[in-house]
Design a protein around this ligand. Structure first.
Ligand SMILES: NC(=O)c1ccc[n+]([C@@H]2O[C@H](COP(=O)([O-])OP(=O)(O)OC[C@H]3O[C@@H](n4cnc5c(N)ncnc54)[C@H](O)[C@@H]3O)[C@@H](O)[C@H]2O)c1
Length: 297
């Protein structure tokens, strides 16, 4: 999609941070914006702020973990305009502490928001984006931690790996269509994610060491990259049909180390008499493509 002017974008987590920054950058290029967020007051305020710049904006209160909520949001958005840019971005932090002591309700909530909601987003809009025959664009927010995992929350990191996995698989599936896909892989950005996570956490707030970790993360992220710069980069990626959106090159060396570690672990076949997997047959059986095979994906 080279031209975003005149298109309608639906953005989750649109009340704050990377979602709102991308909304501003899209609106500045003439796109109409549906801002969806669980924070009703926040999304109303963000929408009125954006509208004061001349943008066409519709605020929607949406909990991305609610399938019924998505049905209503889909109808409201359709009345506003045909969605051709879908930014599935809402996310929360995962808390901390040893994995074996992890709260199961927090685990389910973290996965529901960070990973499962992409399915609801796509069930709501992707079918009609494909069927329109017009160029469309899906952006999904993962994180740099899905390539280089730092020693923070297992729940957060693994949900962002799941998100990257969804994008990797969808990349194959969407390749023959007019809907392009990007996966946003930010490093640290100065957003409200630690605060919103604290506010939305479904069980009592963290205490002791876990609370101190959350406080420390808030301090580290405060020095992170401006969301406005990342929002601008997301729009450039939509315009250029870039799949990977890397915003923080300082992580590249560690990404290389992670990849090198994995590749170095490839050894001989576990069965010296085995002829090797029929990868072409696998692809043909699924009627699709796979990244890196004969230049296709
Ligand atoms: N800030 C960073 O350093 C960073 C780094 C990598 C990835 N990310 C990812 O960027 C995305 C955006 O986060 P952010 O940093 O802008 O944080 P943010 O808290 O500023 O914005 C996230 C928004 O998502 C909303 N939200 C949370 N749960 C929701 C739900 N159930 N339904 C609807 N909306 C919900 C919040 O109300 C908030 O407005 C997240 O997916 C996050 O994991 C952030």
């Amino acid at each position: 999609m080279t031209e975003v002017a005149g298109k309608t974008a639906f953005i989750t987590g649109g009340a704050s941070g990377l979602g709102l920054a991308t909304a501003r950058a899209l609106a500045a290029r003439g796109a109409s914006i549906v801002l969806a967020d669980i924070n009703s007051d926040g999304v109303a305020a963000a929408a009125s702020d954006l509208a004061s710049t001349g943008a066409r904006v519709l605020p929607i209160t949406l909990d991305v973990t609610s399938e019924a909520g998505w049905a209503e949001a889909g109808e409201a958005a359709r009345r506003f305009g045909p969605v051709s840019i879908l930014f599935s971005n809402a996310g929360v932090g995962g808390g901390s502490g040893p994995f074996e002591q992890y709260d199961t309700e927090v685990w389910r909530w973290n996965y529901a928001v960070n990973a499962h909601a992409h399915l609801y987003a796509c069930r709501t809009f992707l079918g009609e984006m494909k069927a329109s025959g017009e160029p469309g664009h899906l952006v999904i927010t993962s994180s740099m931690v899905a390539i280089v995992p730092p020693p923070i929350s297992v729940a957060y990191i693994s949900s962002k790996y799941a998100t990257l996995g969804i994008a990797m698989a969808l990349r194959n599936e969407l390749a023959p269509t007019k809907v392009h896909i990007s996966v946003l892989m930010p490093g640290m950005s100065a957003t409200r994610i630690v605060e919103t996570t604290r506010e939305l956490r479904p069980v009592e707030v963290e205490v002791g060491k876990a609370a101190a970790t959350s406080q420390a993360m808030q301090g580290v992220l405060a020095g992170g990259m401006s969301p406005a710069r990342i929002g601008e980069r997301v729009v450039q990626a939509i315009e250029a049909d870039d799949y990977w959106i890397f915003t923080h090159p300082e992580w590249k060396e560690m990404a290389e180390a992670v990849t090198a570690d994995m590749l170095a672990a490839f050894g001989p076949s576990a069965d010296p008499d085995y002829r090797g997997d029929d990868i072409a047959g696998l692809i043909a059986a699924n009627g699709g493509r796979m990244f890196g095979t004969k230049g296709e994906r």
